[in-house]
Design a protein around this ligand. Structure first.
Ligand code: BGC
Length: 725
């Protein structure tokens, strides 16, 4: 028996050694295939075509009839068994903005919900779900991995992203990408980089100190790429320091490909290729070529690139490199080896959407009113926010058509190319209906929240009020302010004035201001909670689920506290060249608040639970990097999850706030766990642009173990050796 257990591993080890000796590497295979190609075959791979949707009216003849319509189709080379690439959005589910009649998919909660869960395993599950649902439709590239830092709380796309912190964003997005790619589907990471405002995004020049960029947005990409090797990276619309993201020699050739050794390919965002010479500056593929023609007058990687090659302006070696990078990702991802499609179980995918909402909804404030007893017979008013219909989702290329279709679509519109898709999409998970299920004995009444006086009438004769605040956020638009729209603040104020047990439920894609904060008993930040959002909300309200979400983005008290009280370009006509200075550099979000001493409305990392956690026995060791070990104990009465956070607060005499690590810990009442966090040394270092390396100054480094960026519980310090790496 013993002999057998030893024999099997040895035998299989021998086999796998023999196999690896014979199997060419992905680079080698890519090299060999590319060498066999004709130039026409090479050029055919360098652009993608958009399928027919509301904007593109005619199916390009290059897209075969059997290919599913989607955001991008890239020709393959059948004689060399190079598959066509069929690309679908996005990070929150498999989208269908009119490409395929009736094709619905699991609509995940917003990225900020996943971010609030601080749970990388959940990100992995979400990614694998995206991979399975993509592959079952024949999509072998998923345009997922949205990971721009939420630098500006007005940014209309923040809901798609994960957080304002590079480490947090990188750890979570890497797991999403790993999940997608575990199903044999290539994932992108996007949008590289500093695509952090939507106002005039195609004409936006983002100005930032290059070293600070390395310590913030670029660090998020760098760490995520190291941890997940996404097959492709999507460059953004904006310029960085005067050069277009997709034609940025420094960011693409120097940083991404040379310094980081990235081996996959760079595809442009749709409508971001403005010249064939972007190929010389590091762009490998033009996306949605028809879109570039609409925007900039040509399909640059179709005709003009070929012409440049014929004229000797595009070197043969570069052409080969572009193709090899794509082939390498195809081989590394196993996209050429697809067997039968993985089984998609929509019920278990719904469970993933539900779990993200359960773990990502954040309880911001609770003065003893929550949870409501499940058997309460109280009169409960539910007011506003289309709670009778469903929960909102963000708008833009990431919007997912859920099973059964939208509960309703409220047209919003505006100007610019994205105006047609700027809607408030309601996913059919009605908080009102779900509350009725979990509170069967309560007398629940609904008021639409159209009129403060009318809402107050119901609030006055209710024991408890749950009043909603919703906001429609969309790709292509930034918000002019942090206020709730449509007079909802007035409704909340009117309700709170007549009912002392008012609970505010926010379904927004960004932080909002809360002029009524002190007059309400509880505030729940549900973000855009996805297709099972209503259920998760109701479970949290009755305590069936103990809230455990933590804010991944700072809630400012007002815009004056943020680095840009005025946003350049806001209010100008679409298409106005705009320069935005990101002078906060690497001091994004909570780091900015630490630097300026401003007191946020709710801090990064904040979130309440129905139980209580204590921290003890913090030990901090130094040397090459910092390691913090500590014990977390659930000292309350019920099971729950905590997210202890370790921050750097002082670095060799320099006051500097950095999230060094976190862990989501699930504990039964009375249970303890020892947690160890080892910091990535780049989080203690400064990027020295003079030598293009990270530098750790010798000295003492202080850390705080806390419940948020402003709630330290234990502190410690250790010395680090000087390092240049
Ligand atoms: C978005 C991308 C998306 C692409 C394709 C663009 O508008 O910025 O995130 O992947 O469209 O739909």
């Amino acid at each position: 028996m013993i002999k057998r257990t030893w024999m099997i591993p040895l035998f299989s080890l021998a086999l796998s050694c023999a196999a690896s000796a014979q199997t060419p590497s992905h680079d080698q295979r890519a090299f060999e295939t590319e060498q066999k190609m004709t130039d026409d075959e090479r050029f055919a791979m360098l652009f993608s075509l958009m399928g027919v949707n509301g904007v593109i009216q005619v199916r390009d003849p290059l897209i075969p009839a059997r290919a599913p319509m989607s955001a991008g189709y890239v020709s393959g080379v059948p004689r060399l068994r190079v598959p066509a690439l069929i690309m679908s959005d996005g990070s929150l589910g498999i989208t269908n903005p009119g490409y395929r009649k009736g094709d619905t998919a699991t609509a995940l909660p917003a990225g900020l919900v996943l971010g609030s869960s601080f749970n990388p395993q959940l990100a992995r599950a979400a990614g694998a779900m995206l991979g399975r649902e993509a592959r079952s439709r024949g999509f072998n590239v998923q345009l997922a991995g949205g990971t721009n830092l939420t630098r500006d709380p007005r940014n209309g796309r923040n809901y798609e992203y994960l957080s304002e912190d590079p480490w947090h964003s990188a750890v979570l997005v890497a797991e999403t990408i790993n999940g997608v790619q575990s199903e044999g589907v290539i994932s992108t990471i996007k949008h590289y980089t500093l695509n952090v405002n939507e106002t005039n995004r195609h004409w936006l020049n983002a100005i930032i100190d290059p070293a600070a960029l390395r310590e913030s947005d670029l660090l998020a990409f760098q760490i995520a790429i190291e941890r997940s090797q996404p097959g492709a990276i999507m460059c953004g619309y904006n310029k960085v320091n005067g050069e277009a993201d997709c034609g940025n020699n420094h960011l693409l050739n120097d940083v991404l490909k040379r310094d980081w050794g990235y081996k996959g390919w760079v595809m442009s965002d749709w409508g971001a290729t403005q010249n064939w010479d972007f190929a010389l500056k590091g762009l490998d593929q033009e996306s949605g070529a028809q879109f570039d023609k609409m925007m900039w007058g040509d399909e640059y990687f179709v005709g003009p690139l070929k012409q440049a090659y014929a004229q000797g302006k595009l070197p043969k070696e570069r052409l080969s490199d572009m193709v090899r990078r794509m082939l390498r990702s195809i081989y590394a991802g196993g996209v050429d080896q697809w067997g039968p499609s993985p089984k998609v179980d929509m019920a278990s995918d719904n469970q993933i959407a539900l779990d993200i909402a359960r773990q990502g909804i954040v309880l911001l404030k609770n003065e003893g009113v929550l949870p409501l007893a499940a058997d309460t017979t109280a009169r409960i008013a539910v007011i506003g926010g289309y709670a009778q219909l469903g929960v909102p989702s963000g708008a833009g290329s990431s919007t997912v058509l859920p099973p059964g279709g939208y509960a309703a679509v409220v047209t919003i519109g505006g100007s610019g190319i994205m105006a047609g898709g700027r809607n408030l999409y309601l996913l059919p998970s009605s908080p009102l209906a779900e509350l009725k299920k979990v509170l069967p004995k309560a007398q629940i009444e609904f008021d639409p929240g159209q009129n403060p006086a009318e809402a107050a009438l119901l609030a006055r004769r209710s024991d408890v009020v749950i009043v909603l605040g919703v906001r429609a956020e969309s790709e292509g638009f930034d918000s002019p302010s942090l206020a709730l729209p449509w007079g909802q603040d007035a409704v909340i104020q009117a309700v709170a004035a007549v009912n002392p047990n008012t609970i505010v439920l926010l379904e927004t894609g960004n932080p909002v201001t809360m002029p009524w904060k002190d007059s309400v008993k509880a505030i729940i930040q549900a973000w855009y909670p996805g297709q099972a959002g209503g259920q998760a909300i109701s479970e949290i309200i009755v305590g069936k689920v103990n809230p455990s979400g933590r804010l991944p983005i700072t809630f400012p008290a007002d815009l004056a506290q943020t680095p840009r009280p005025e946003l350049a370009g806001l209010g100008t006509p679409w298409g106005t060249p705009t320069t935005v200075r990101y002078d906060e550099g690497a001091e994004v979000g909570y780091r900015w608040f630490a630097k300026t001493g401003a007191k946020p409305l709710f801090a990064f990392g904040h979130g309440l639970s129905y139980t209580t956690f204590s921290y003890s026995d913090l030990s901090v060791t130094g040397g090459e990097t910092l390691t913090a070990a500590f014990t977390v104990t659930n000292i309350g009465q019920r099971e729950g999850a905590d997210v202890p956070q370790v921050y750097l607060t002082q670095a060799a005499g320099d006051t500097r706030m950095r999230l060094l690590g976190f862990e989501r810990v699930e504990l039964k009442a009375g249970e303890s766990r020892r947690v160890t966090v080892t910091a990535d040394p780049r989080l203690m270092a400064r990027f020295d642009a003079g030598v293009d390396r990270w530098r750790i100054a010798e000295g003492s480094y202080s850390v705080a173990l806390g419940k948020s960026a402003v709630a330290p519980v234990l502190t410690g310090a250790a010395s680090l050796k000087p390092r240049l790496f």
